[in-house]
Write a protein that binds this ligand. Structure first.
Ligand code: PLP
Length: 418
């Protein structure tokens, strides 16, 4: 089969494809794997119950049922949801949004594909621009989303060592270059894979750099504020006309319904609606319809604040304590868990690579993700990128503890070998 350059690029081995394949195969193998690799949100009974009740109300109302399954929305997305989001966000943050500032997409992954290719790649004057990732490690899902090569540029972080075997990545502003080759800056807050939440000061400096260069700052809030609000540390949400804030209904509990929310300047929303129309005619209505009531009455915020966030925060604390206990006396650092649903374990000086550790853990029935995947756009070799693993702590506490026990055993064994 002879494929176009696009075909070749999108069928060659991508990190996200091999990762999703691996997770899917492990799930399908029927073996008793402890899944600590994926980004699937936990199944929280109270959240499931809220969506079940909403679905029942839709089934009981023929007009709503037709909106759920039988109508194409406008390319910008379901109008009532957009209006309700405008109200909710203006009430909460006073951002002065109008309905022209929000578009919906088929998952935020899909939004990143569109946004990245709107701002990076080849421009009509022949120049090339890149997406600048100011803080590596960063979300693996970005890695293959560019239509051309050399699409990302990532900057190594500063590492701040903290007490109790914790550390925190910080943006290294001294080495962060934003210039004519930059199409947009993008950062996830909280960050997948590390659980980092970049500080308000870091956000405001990135904002200033983006504005000075006349390029947008994309903030990936898939785990962020105001929903699902998987933040365990104080942080102020930021939006202005130069910011593109991407939210998602996935980590709230609706990953299968593929709903992303983009909040941006009118011209960007218009552009996204146009690409939506070409790629998909219109975004999926199901997520919009399921979340509509919650957005209208604001319960999406209270559910996030009083059920979803505490659930993950409690899991994060328990997993951190357990791992710290099991690795006591050995060399390890855990990224300060400030949000999202992962522990990022840095094994400084580990005699084997993180990929080898991942394979050994897989043999032992525990699936994690090797950290080396999470450095899209970083060309330079950096040993640190082969010394980390990402551990998802969303399964039941007993399963998480069993998984962490095995991880600790294998880490200690690897250090002893060296
Ligand atoms: N951004 C981050 C940081 C993520 O971790 C994910 C999914 O795991 C996404 C975006 C995409 O999520 P979705 O397409 O389900 O909205």
């Amino acid at each position: 089969m002879k494929l176009s350059a696009f075909g070749e690029k999108f069928t060659s081995n991508s990190g996200i494809l091999s990762l999703m394949d691996d997770l899917g195969n492990a799930l399908a193998s029927g073996e008793d794997m402890i899944m600590m690799g994926g980004g699937n949100p936990a199944h929280i009974p109270e959240v499931e119950q809220a969506f079940k009740q909403r679905l029942q109300r839709i089934l009981d109302n023929h007009d709503e049922f037709v909106r759920l399954i039988g109508t194409y929305d406008a390319p910008q997305g379901e109008k009532e949801v957009i209006h309700s989001l405008v109200k909710l966000l203006n009430n909460r943050y006073g951002w002065g949004l109008t309905a022209d500032n929000i578009a919906l997409t088929n998952g935020s992954q899909n939004a990143f594909f569109m946004l990245f290719n709107l701002f990076a790649g080849e421009y009509s004057d022949g120049s090339q621009r890149q997406i600048q990732l100011p803080l590596a490690p960063e979300y693996i899902g970005y890695a293959d989303a560019g239509l051309s090569d050399n699409f990302f540029n990532a900057t190594r972080p500063d590492i701040e060592l903290l007490e109790d075997n914790l550390f925190k990545y910080r943006v290294d502003f001294a080495n962060l270059q934003v210039g004519t080759e930059t199409g947009a800056i993008c950062v996830s807050r909280p960050t997948n894979p590390t659980g980092n939440v970049i500080t308000d000061e870091e956000v405001s400096r990135l904002d200033a750099m983006a504005q000075a260069q006349g390029v947008p700052l994309i903030i990936d809030g898939a785990y962020g504020q105001p929903f699902p609000n998987l933040l365990f540390t104080p942080a102020t949400p930021m939006w202005n006309a130069n910011t593109i804030l991407c939210l998602s209904l996935s980590k709230l509990g609706l990953p299968a319904l593929r709903t992303g929310i983009v909040i941006a300047d009118e011209a960007i929303i218009k552009a996204l609606s146009g690409v939506n129309a070409i790629l998909s005619l219109s975004p999926n209505s199901a997520g919009s319809m399921l979340a509509l009531d919650m957005i209208k009455d604001g319960s999406i915020l209270s559910l996030s604040d009083t059920v979803i966030r505490p659930f993950y925060q409690q899991r994060a604390l328990a997993a951190t304590d357990h791992l710290r206990h099991r690795l006591a006396g050995h060399k390890f650092h855990i990224h300060k868990p400030e949000g999202a649903m992962f522990l990022w374990l840095w094994l400084e000086g580990l005699p084997i690579s993180s990929l080898e550790l991942y394979n050994r853990l897989k043999q032992r029935g525990v699936l994690v993700v090797s950290g080396h995947y999470f450095f899209p756009g970083m060309e330079e070799a950096w040993q640190h990128s082969h010394e980390c693993i990402r551990i998802t702590y969303t399964r039941s506490p007993s399963e998480v503890n069993r998984g962490l026990d095995i991880i600790a055993e294998e880490v200690i064994r690897a250090y002893r070998e060296g």
